[in-house]
Design a protein around this ligand. Sequence first.
Ligand SMILES: Cc1cc2nc3c(=O)[nH]c(=O)nc-3n(C[C@H](O)[C@H](O)[C@H](O)COP(=O)(O)O)c2cc1C
Length: 372
Amino acid sequence: MLRLETERLVLRPLGTGDFEAYYSYTSVPENMVYTIFGPFTPEEARKFLEMYENWWKEDPPRVYEFAIMLKKENGKMIGNCGLYMDDEKRATAMLGWYIHRDYWNQGYATEAVKALLKFGFEDLELHRIHAECNTDNIASARVMEKVGMRREGHFIKNRFDRVGDRKMWYSEFFYGILREEYLNKQPLYGGKEDRLMDFFEVVDKRYSYRGEFLDTPVPREDLIKIVTAGIKAPSARNLQTQSFLIVTDADLRAKIAEIIPQKGIATAPVLILLVSQRQELGPMKVSFELKDYGAAAENILLAIAALGYATVWTDGETSMIPERQEKLAELLGIPEDRSVRAVLPVGIPKDPGGKQAPRKPFDELVKFNRYS
Ligand SMILES: Cc1cc2nc3c(=O)[nH]c(=O)nc-3n(C[C@H](O)[C@H](O)[C@H](O)COP(=O)(O)O)c2cc1C
């Protein structure tokens, strides 16, 4: 029997033997507000389970509907999820899921949907997976964003169907993800294990990526995590001289790419600019500003790598050329007392798998106690 496993869940084919658990949530109106069918009578629930079971008997199945079972609580079934082939070409499919309301808000849907994506792209070798949801169904939209699906459409009152206990015209979000996006988004997907890297792996895996990016947007949630890592970097006397400009607007990005002609900057779906407040030089002819900037930049680079995106620290190409500085300041409304120190392209790399540049031998760089 097909079995998919995640950290906390086991997914296996759903069938008529699962009536009790299936009916326990598909019969509850609160659980079925945004679902196309339901809430179910016992007869309807049995009919659906029979249908799922029969689909599993097809070779190959056109629908793969799984029971979602907890590893703890003696393998209790807490929901179901499935992949529905769009047609006989078996290149694209829709996904969907239900979780028992007692188990909402614990990340189980995200974990199950990630397993479905892995199964769909790695085992079924699909080209694209998509799903739709009512725009009021914020929890479902968030699940799709968390697993890296892109919001590709916002249809206004496009569908006349049941919402809760009445039928109405409602709006839908359409989400999609392509095979190459799934495979390139290391290490969140496509790796041996579906998990975030630990800190030392991030330090080890971070590298300067100088190629082109896929146009897959970086979710706002990830951007906030990334710049927050910059805000949390140490700052001399805690003067907090660093600020951050996130540019997602396509016209502005194109104009920045004209100023700094670099493949990554021209193709990345988002640019993060490190905007630094100039400081008086101290007696040692240095300012804290640059030290703060270095700390913030490295935290940001590590956060980008930890979330599975790529970037490169383009400082030489930005802050060392006064003419570019001036053009950026004018284009982006940078205040007089601040300057753009770096433009970081962020996104999913088109050619992943790069490596950090080699380092000098450990013994050359590190001494214990006395330098010589
Ligand atoms: C202050 C600073 C400025 C940099 N400026 C650029 C740049 O303008 N363009 C670029 O391609 N890389 C730039 N880099 C990236 C370095 O070239 C890169 O980190 C180094 O070669 C080591 O490679 P790695 O990042 O893969 O470990 C910069 C790095 C730092 C710390």
